[in-house]
Design a binder for this molecule. Structure first.
Ligand code: PLP
Length: 522
C-alpha cells in the first residue's frame, strides 16, 4: 500500500516550471530529471530545532538519516524508512560511525565520507538511493500499477560507475549496466568494476574515451525505438542514477546535520555557534546539500566552494557570470571535480530566486551562448552564503605532502583542494573540511605528492611497472600511520574478473549490447 503520510508530505516542483504536476519524493526518485529538463526541488523545507539536531549525536547514523527523511516527510512508511536506512548504513561501511568527524591539527575538522564500500563519497548517496528506488517500484506494484522493471544505464569515467554498481547490486526490480571507456580508467578503477558481484549487474568497456562512451549512452537514452523495444520484449524501462536525482541529494543533507551534532558533542563548537564548511566541488551536489542543511537549521555560516583548475565556479561566485564559452576542459589529479557544467547549480539558482522563468532563461542562455549572468540581487543573495577559490594541480599535490608532514593525515587529491581553500578563506568559525575520497583511490598521485613530484611527472620505472594495487601497498609503506588501504581495494587482485567484454562506441553498439544481455539473463 502506498503510504499516505497525512497532509504534511512535502511535494516537489521543478526548477524550470515545466512539469505541471507536483511530485512526491518517490516520484522524483523514479523520474530523476523533470520533463522539460528541470530538476526537482522541495516545495517547502522543514525546519529543525537546534535540540533536534544536537540529539542526533546520540543515535546511530542510520537513525540520524531516518530522522532527516522523516523531517522531509517522504512518502514512505516511517517503519520502512527505518528498515531501509539500517540496510543502507550498516556493515557495508568500514567504520560504524559511517561519516565520522576527525580533528586534524588544532582547528580543522575533517568529515570523512569515504568509509563506504567503494571508498568514495558517492557511496553516501548510492548506498541509500537504490533502496528507495526499489521501494518506490514495489509500492506502486502493491497499489496495482503495472510497472516495468528498471534498467539503470550508466556511462562512467570511474567512480560513479562503481558506486552505482555497488548500490544497485541485487536490488529487486532493477538492473544496472555500466559502460566505461576502455582507454580512460585506471587499473584499480577497472578492476573495481569488472569484479562487481550481483546477479543484476553488467559492466562493459567501450573502445574510446569518456566522451565516446557518454555520447553513446546519451544517444541510447534519447532513442524512442530502443525504449519501446525494451518495454515490449523485456518489460523494462530505462533510468539513470546521476547526481541530479533528488534521491541522491537528500542523503547528503543528513551528514551535515550529523557532523554538526558530532562537533558539538566533541567540544569542537559551542551548541548554536556557526561553523563554515569547505567542499571539493564538481557537479555542485555535495555543497548544495550543505546549503539545504543550512536552510533547515544546521548552524552553518559560510559555504566554501573549492575547485581545481576547472575553476568556472570560482569565477561564477566572484562575478555572477557563468562562462564556459572560452574555457577548455583540463585534466587534474582530482578527476571527479573535472566538470564544466555543474548541473546542480540550477537548484541553487531556483532556491535564491524562486523564479522558474529566470532559471529557464539562464539555462537557455547557457545552451545557446555557453554563458549566463545572474542579476545583482541574486548575486548578492548567493554571496551571503558562498565563497569560492581554486587550487592548481601541482599545489594540490604539495598540500597532500604538507598536511602529511605536519599532521600525519593523508589526504586524497580532491580533499587536498578543499583543505587549501579552507586555509585561505577561513575566518573565526571552526571549519569542517569535507573529505570525499580515501587516498588509496588515487594512489599514483598520492605517490607523486609524497615524493615531491609534479602532477605531470611520469612515475619512476619501478613504480610504473607495479600494478595499481601493488603501488598502493608501496604508498602505504611510505606513509606508515595513515589510514590503511581499504580491504575492498587491497583485495582486488584476488577477485576474479567477471566482465571482459569491450564493445564498439556508438549508440547501436550500446543498444545491441544491452538487449543481448537482457535476452541472455532472462
Ligand atoms: C563526485 C565527487 C566530487 C564532487 O562532488 P559534487 O557533488 O559533484 O560536487 C568530489 N570528490 C570526489 C572524490 C567525488 O567522487
Amino acid at each position: 500500500m502506498r503510504y499516505d503520510s497525512r497532509m504534511d508530505t512535502i511535494l516537489y516542483r521543478d526548477t524550470r516550471g515545466l512539469d505541471p504536476m507536483p511530485r512526491s519524493f518517490t516520484d522524483t526518485v523514479l523520474a530523476g530529471i523533470a520533463p522539460g529538463g528541470g530538476l526537482y526541488v522541495p516545495e517547502r523545507l522543514p525546519s529543525l530545532l537546534l535540540a533536534d539536531i544536537l540529539s542526533l549525536a546520540r543515535l546511530p547514523y542510520a537513525q540520524r538519516a531516518a530522522r532527516i527523511y522523516r523531517a522531509f516527510a517522504v512518502d514512505v512508511h516511517p517503519e520502512q524508512v527505518d528498515a531501509l536506512m539500517d540496510a543502507a548504513y550498516g556493515p557495508a561501511f568500514n567504520d560504524e560511525r559511517i561519516a565520522p568527524v576527525v580533528a586534524v591539527g588544532a582547528d580543522i575538522h575533517v568529515l570523512e565520507l569515504w568509509h563506504g564500500p567503494t571508498s568514495a563519497f558517492k557511496d553516501m548517496a548510492l548506498q541509500c538511493m537504490p533502496l528507495f528506488f526499489s521501494e518506490a517500484i514495489s509500492m506502486r506494484r502493491g497499489a496495482g500499477e503495472a510497472l516495468d522493471d528498471y534498467l539503470v544505464l550508466v556511462a562512467t569515467s570511474g567512480d560513479t560507475g562503481k558506486a552505482a554498481l555497488e548500490g544497485f547490486a541485487d536490488r529487486p526490480n532493477t538492473r544496472i549496466a555500466v559502460f566505461y571507456p576502455a582507454d580512460g580508467v585506471s587499473d584499480v578503477q577497472r578492476k573495481q568494476m569488472v569484479t562487481q558481484r550481483g546477479e543484476n549487474v553488467a559492466v562493459f568497456g567501450v573502445h574510446g574515451n569518456f566522451d565516446d562512451c557518454q555520447n553513446a549512452v546519451k544517444a541510447a537514452f534519447a532513442d524512442k525505438d530502443f525504449a519501446s523495444r525494451l518495454h515490449g520484449s523485456h518489460r523494462t524501462q530505462l533510468s539513470s542514477a546521476n547526481s541530479i536525482n533528488w534521491g541522491r541529494l537528500l542523503p547528503q543533507i543528513v551528514y551535515y546535520a550529523s557532523a554538526y551534532a558530532d562537533m558539538v558533542a566533541s567540544g569542537a563548537v559551542v551548541a548554536g555557534d556557526p561553523i563554515d564548511v569547505c567542499v571539493p566541488t564538481g557537479n555542485f551536489g555535495n555543497i548544495l546539500a550543505g546549503y539545504y542543511a543550512k536552510r533547515i537549521g544546521v548552524p552553518i555560516d559560510r559555504l566554501l566552494c573549492a575547485s581545481n583548475e576547472n575553476n568556472v565556479l570560482t569565477d561564477f561566485i566572484a562575478t555572477g557570470a557563468y562562462d564556459i564559452s572560452a574555457r577548455a576542459f583540463t585534466t587534474t589529479p582530482s578527476p571527479s571535480m573535472d566538470i564544466l557544467v555543474s548541473s546542480n547549480l540550477e537548484r541553487l539558482l531556483f532556491e535564491l530566486t524562486l523564479d522558474p522563468d529566470a532559471v529557464r532563461a539562464w539555462q537557455a542562455s547557457l545552451e545557446r551562448d555557453r554563458r549566463f549572468v545572474i542579476d545583482r540581487g541574486t548575486f548578492a543573495l548567493m554571496r551571503e552564503h558562498f565563497s569560492g577559490d581554486w587550487v592548481s594541480n601541482d599545489e594540490s599535490l604539495e598540500v597532500i605532502r604538507r598536511v602529511w608532514n605536519e599532521h600525519g593525515y593523508l589526504l586524497d587529491p580532491h580533499t587536498s583542494v578543499a583543505w587549501e581553500v579552507a586555509e585561505r578563506l577561513r575566518g573565526e568559525n571552526p571549519v569542517l573540511v569535507v573529505s570525499t575520497a580515501h587516498w588509496a583511490k588515487f594512489g599514483a598521485d598520492v605517490f607523486r605528492a609524497l615524493r615531491d613530484l609534479p602532477y605531470t611527472a611520469t612515475l619512476p620505472e619501478r613504480e610504473a611497472a607495479l600494478g595499481g594495487v601493488a603501488l598502493l601497498a608501496e604508498v602505504a609503506e611510505m606513509a606508515a600511520g595513515a589510514s590503511p588501504v581499504p580491504a575492498g581495494l587491497a583485495g582486488l587482485d584476488e577477485l576474479s574478473e567477471r566482465f571482459a567484454t569491450v564493445v564498439a562506441a556508438g549508440r547501436d553498439s550500446v543498444e545491441k549490447t544491452v538487449e543481448g544481455w537482457l535476452a541472455d539473463s532472462r
